[in-house]
Design a protein around this ligand. Sequence first.
Ligand SMILES: C[S@@+](CC[C@H](N)C(=O)[O-])C[C@H]1O[C@@H](n2cnc3c(N)ncnc32)[C@H](O)[C@@H]1O
Length: 202
Amino acid sequence: MLHSRPVANIDKSNGYEAIAPDYIARRGSQGGGIGARVVAEWSQQLPAGGTILDVGCGNGVPISEVLIERGFRVYGVDASPAMVESFRTRFPGVPVQCSSVDDSDFFGRSFDGVVAWGLVFLFSEEAQRRLLAKIGGALQSGGLLLFTAPRQRCTWADAMTGQDSVSLGEEEYRRILESAGLVVIGTASDEGENHYYLARKV
Ligand SMILES: C[S@@+](CC[C@H](N)C(=O)[O-])C[C@H]1O[C@@H](n2cnc3c(N)ncnc32)[C@H](O)[C@@H]1O
């Protein structure tokens, strides 16, 4: 006789659910502001009160936070239930979805801006292409994208989860973004040596 087994919880957060309490504690304290300055400056190019999707928003600190403080209408999506719970507690009333980027229906909406801080390189090459194409589809014409990934093509083990990370490198990101209807308008590195890409939907 066949016995049915409970379906195991499949982690879609690339290992972040398991380390969420530690991540949340660190992100809010030591060096917790990494990314805040860059995102605040980037947001100055967006229409006042515009709508922004924070992809892989984590607990929302500090990336969503600086945008909410500046009056933007933020939508967050993250695959880690613990991260999303922390986000909801911190920012009640801000729409946040606990979902993988593959399953999220927020990409069916239209945004003035999309930010993905610390996310894209967690995915396989194919999944990165899929995500960047989805982001291109969710941005309005003239809309802006900000995401982090190393400038050079490389692989490494994520410092907190130990999982494989891969950067496709600037040349390839430019190509992928172009085929997603976006043009790279700048690249730079912040004080935490996070390299980031700025792109505009044509
Ligand atoms: C390095 S953290 C960055 C979080 C936040 N952006 C920040 O700056 O603190 C990566 C985040 O991506 C989320 N994540 C990983 N894989 C995901 C996926 N497939 N779909 C949605 N979120 C994902 C993780 O749960 C985690 O919160």
